[in-house]
Each structure stands twice: as C-alpha cells, then as structure tokens.
Write a protein that binds this ligand. Structure first.
Ligand SMILES: NC(=O)c1ccc[n+]([C@@H]2O[C@H](COP(=O)([O-])OP(=O)(O)OC[C@H]3O[C@@H](n4cnc5c(N)ncnc54)[C@H](OP(=O)(O)O)[C@@H]3O)[C@@H](O)[C@H]2O)c1
Length: 321
C-alpha cells in the first residue's frame, strides 16, 4: 500500500482529497496542528492517521522537511506551502526519496492576464506578496523537476468553494449579506460595469485534479495545471444568476470603482479589489487533455451548493423563511 502524506489535509481541499486518497487505496497520513476538522464527516477518516506537527515552528528550526521525510511517504501532497524557502526545505529533504510531490499553488500566480482564458504557458505577472511568492515556488519546483528530476507537479486552484464556508460573492468579496440582498431583490451595487471576472472551483474538483495527477504521474511531473471550473463568471452575470436561483430578479446598479469602494467596509473593499484587479479567467484545456480532468461543478453549481448550506445555517436569509 503506497503511503500518501497530506500536509494540511483537514481544510477545504483536504475534506475532499483525503477520502479520495483512502478510496484509491493509499495509506494516508494527514499532517496538521490538530486545530481544524474536515468540513464533512466521512468514514474514510477512521483510516487516516493525523500527525500533529506545526509547519511554521518546525521550519524555523530547519526540521520540517526531515519530519516529513521521516514519515516515509511515497507521495506528498503539499496544501499549505506559501514561501519559496518552505518549498526548498521540503524538496531538499525529499530528494530521491519520493515518487511524487503535488503542490497546491494559486491562479494568482498570473496577476493580470493579457489573453483570456489564460493558459498555463502565459508569462507570469504576479503582484502582491502571496501571488509573487507562489509564482516563485512554481518556478523553483518546475526547475527542480525539469533540470534535476525532482518529481513535482503544481495545481493552481481558483476561488475554492464548498458547503461549510463563505463563497466569493457577486460583489467580489466574502460577506454573505450580498446573497441575502439578492434573495430579497434589494438593490445591489457593483463596481464599474460589473464585467470583471471571478473564477471559482469546487474543493472536490481540486481534489479530483490532484488525484488525476497522481494517476498520470509521468505525464504530470514537471507540469502546472489550473484547477478551476469550466468558465469564469462576470460579477454581473453571477449576480443575475444568483437572483434567478432565488426566484428574485437581481436589481443591480453600477458605480465607478472609487465611489463604489467608498461605500464599502474596508475589508470588503480590499477583498473585492484583490479579486477584480486580477479578474481571473483561466483555461482548463491542459488539465482536460493531459490528465482527463472533468470538473463535476460549474462555478454556479459550486456556489449554489455553498449558498444552500448558508441558507440552512440561517446566515443567508431568504423571503418567507
Ligand atoms: N482558499 C482559496 O480560495 C484558495 C484559492 C487558490 C489557492 N488556494 C491555496 O490552497 C491552499 C490552502 O488549501 P485549503 O484552502 O484546503 O486550506 P485550509 O482550508 O486553510 O486548511 C489548512 C490546513 O492546513 C493545516 N495547517 C494550517 N497551518 C498549519 C501549520 N502551521 N502546520 C501544520 N498544519 C497547518 C490546517 O489544520 P490545523 O489548523 O489543524 O493545523 C488545515 O488542515 C493554499 O496553498 C492556498 O494558497 C486557496
């Protein structure tokens, strides 16, 4: 039985990835601090060992890479690597000792796009520490794979969605009140013409692509793949579709960015800026062709599953309930 070590397996992606690994016959070790629980119960977790390790503390002591190597993994799925030095420490400790490292990046490695849908081959123009560091990790891992034979694959998710947490909403931030506004056909102001884009993915589809990368290891090594839904949404199209889903036609208004921003809470304004300044719209052609990726969820299907959960929690209020 091959051993899969999942670093950070009890969050959004791990909730779906870990049961898939168990079902595929892996012996799974989840590395985490023991603070989070998966979003959905699943019997597979009874067969998973959780190794309590704090990556940050062990990295500072220079011991995280060796701690992972000591777990004797055949494959490592690294869900929480944010700095090039973290990637380096892991690679140095695992070199020659594993069959595959699947690293989770982000579509924010692209920064702004020139041609959409953006393909994996387009030059990286990241901005902001998070995207810049993730792009540096990607460049490092691809170089290790192509020049030194280190078996790395990179998977770049879009905005991850699933039942249990707030999805990125049609105003480009995370406050669930936007869904309540749409459910009641109250006016919702959107920035600019509402034509900037967001690109979601269901957490289970991120898990799917990671499994397919493991299955098609020789094809996947040395490659990066977008993990997104089949198509991005404009804010306007997203808002209208949510209104229709509630049976309440969306009442939209549009404001230039400065005016729109002034009317928002600072954290919402910042979140929207981060998303629409990038306006991702990424291609999945490569993952389809090389890995057989077949997303189960469109962006809207993924969002509706999450909003259904928010309605059930009473976080999003709908008329008559
Ligand atoms: N969220 C998005 O929309 C999005 C979009 C694109 C890319 N991504 C990428 O997706 C990855 C995050 O995946 P996710 O959303 O599934 O993560 P998540 O939900 O935040 O879960 C994080 C996991 O890591 C564990 N963890 C956190 N800090 C740790 C530490 N210091 N040491 C050991 N374990 C630790 C957590 O468990 P404990 O708390 O119990 O330790 C949990 O299992 C990142 O690489 C991110 O860049 C996310």
């Amino acid at each position: 039985m091959a051993r899969a070590v999942v670093i950070g397996g009890s969050g959004h992606i791990g909730t779906y990835l870990v049961p898939r690994l168990v079902e595929a016959g892996y012996e799974v070790v989840n590395v985490a601090r023991g603070q989070r629980e998966p979003y959905r119960p699943h019997g597979a977790w009874d067969r998973v060992r959780t190794e309590i390790l704090d990556r940050d503390a062990l990295e500072q002591a220079g011991r995280f890479g060796t701690a992972i190597a000591e777990l004797a993994p055949d494959v490592v799925l690294d869900l929480i690597c944010f700095m090039p030095d973290s990637a380096r420490q892991l690679v140095e400790a695992l070199r020659g000792r594993i069959q595959h490292l699947v690293h989770v990046g982000t579509i924010w490695v692209h920064g702004t796009s020139a041609v959409v849908p953006t393909t994996e081959t387009q030059p990286r123009r990241p901005f902001g520490d998070y995207g810049v560091n993730k792009a540096a990790i990607e460049a490092y891992l691809l170089d290790e794979a192509r020049r030194r034979g280190f078996p790395a694959t990179i998977v770049h998710p879009g905005h991850i969605v699933g039942p249990g947490w707030n999805p990125l909403n049609p105003a480009g931030h995370f406050h669930p009140e936007v869904f309540t506004t749409l459910a009641h056909s109250r006016e919702l102001a959107l920035p600019n013409f509402g034509l900037e884009t967001v690109h979601h993915v269901h957490a289970d589809d991120v898990a799917q692509i990671m499994m397919r990368a493991l299955e098609r290891r020789s094809t996947a090594i040395g490659e990066a793949f977008h993990a997104v839904s089949p198509a991005a949404l404009t804010l306007r199209g997203y808002a209208e579709a949510v209104g229709d889903w509630f049976g309440s036609p969306a009442q939209l208004s549009f404001l230039p960015w400065p005016e729109w921003g002034e009317a928002q809470a600072p954290e919402n304004r910042q979140a929207t800026w981060e998303h629409i300044a990038r306006s991702p719209s990424c291609s999945i052609d490569k993952a389809r062709a090389l890995l057989g990726y077949a997303p189960r969820y469109s962006s809207l299907e993924a969002v509706f599953e999450a909003v259904e959960w928010l309605v059930g929690q009473g976080t999003v209020r709908v008329p008559g309930r």
